[in-house]
Design a protein around this ligand. Structure first.
Ligand SMILES: Nc1nc2c(ncn2[C@@H]2O[C@H](COP(=O)(O)OP(=O)(O)OP(=O)(O)O)[C@@H](O)[C@H]2O)c(=O)[nH]1
Ligand SMILES: [Mg+2]
Length: 207
């Protein structure tokens, strides 16, 4: 049974003060607006409408928590880099996000979602610059891999992997497609290890 099959909506936070207490462990999905974060989350949870997906960028405007049971959570973050967001809102989000990412004690690691056709944008790099000094792991999903030929997707994978290793370290990376449901097991394995291996309560699904 997929590890995240029983994910259910838990809470939305607009301000840091609305966040649930940092109990247990969580993994956050970050990335550029429209990169496919909410879709990746839905695909992993095998649930079409858990997180809100839209063709219009900037749709996820709250920090949305999904409970996996046993005080484990997946967190869908608002995307960055959407030019049409009003400046005041962008500033609110920048400070909320950077504070969440740098100070949240229950945040185990970050899934950084990038459209495989536009990897490592300046804001993705800024995100890595901010987060990696924390020493926490980052797993990059190069998503929408169905939009590239297998060859082109693999070339992108190798090039981005090389740059991650050279510049930031402590990052893993894979191809992913929500449309074709490709890469789901690989991503589950990484996130499952993050959330469960340190503890005794390893579910049967994590070997
Ligand atoms: N072809 C293809 N389209 C995808 C894939 N993943 C997401 N999309 C499409 O990309 C668009 C944006 O997807 P979302 O999952 O809402 O993106 P997001 O990163 O959550 O966006 P924000 O919430 O605005 O930050 C939607 O039209 C999705 O259907 C994929 O793997 N393949
Ligand atoms: Mg979203």
């Amino acid at each position: 049974m997929p590890l995240f099959q029983n994910a259910s909506f838990y809470i939305s936070a607009h301000h840091l003060r609305d966040l649930p207490p940092p109990i247990g462990l969580e993994v956050a999905f970050a990335g550029r607006s429209n990169a496919g974060k909410s879709s990746a989350l839905n695909t992993m949870a095998n649930h079409n409408r858990l997180a809100y997906v839209s063709k219009q960028p900037g749709r996820t405007q709250l920090i949305n928590f999904f409970a996996l049971g046993g005080d484990r959570f997946l967190v869908d973050l608002p995307g960055y880099g959407y030019a049409k967001v009003p400046a005041a809102m962008r500033e609110h989000w920048q400070s909320t996000l950077s504070s969440y990412l740098s100070h949240r004690s229950s945040l185990y690691g970050l899934v950084l979602v990038m459209d495989c056709r536009h990897p490592l944008t300046p804001l993705d790099r800024q995100m890595l610059d901010w987060f990696c000094p924390s020493g926490k792991p980052v797993h990059v999903l190069l998503t929408k891999s169905d939009k590239l030929s297998r060859n082109a997707a693999n070339q992108t994978l190798l090039a981005v992997k090389k740059e991650l290793n050279e510049t930031w370290g402590n990052c893993t990376i894979q191809l992913f497609s929500s449309l074709k449901k490709q890469g789901v097991e690989e991503a589950e394995k990484v996130i499952g290890q993050w959330l469960y291996t340190a503890e005794d309560d390893i579910p049967d699904t994590v070997a």
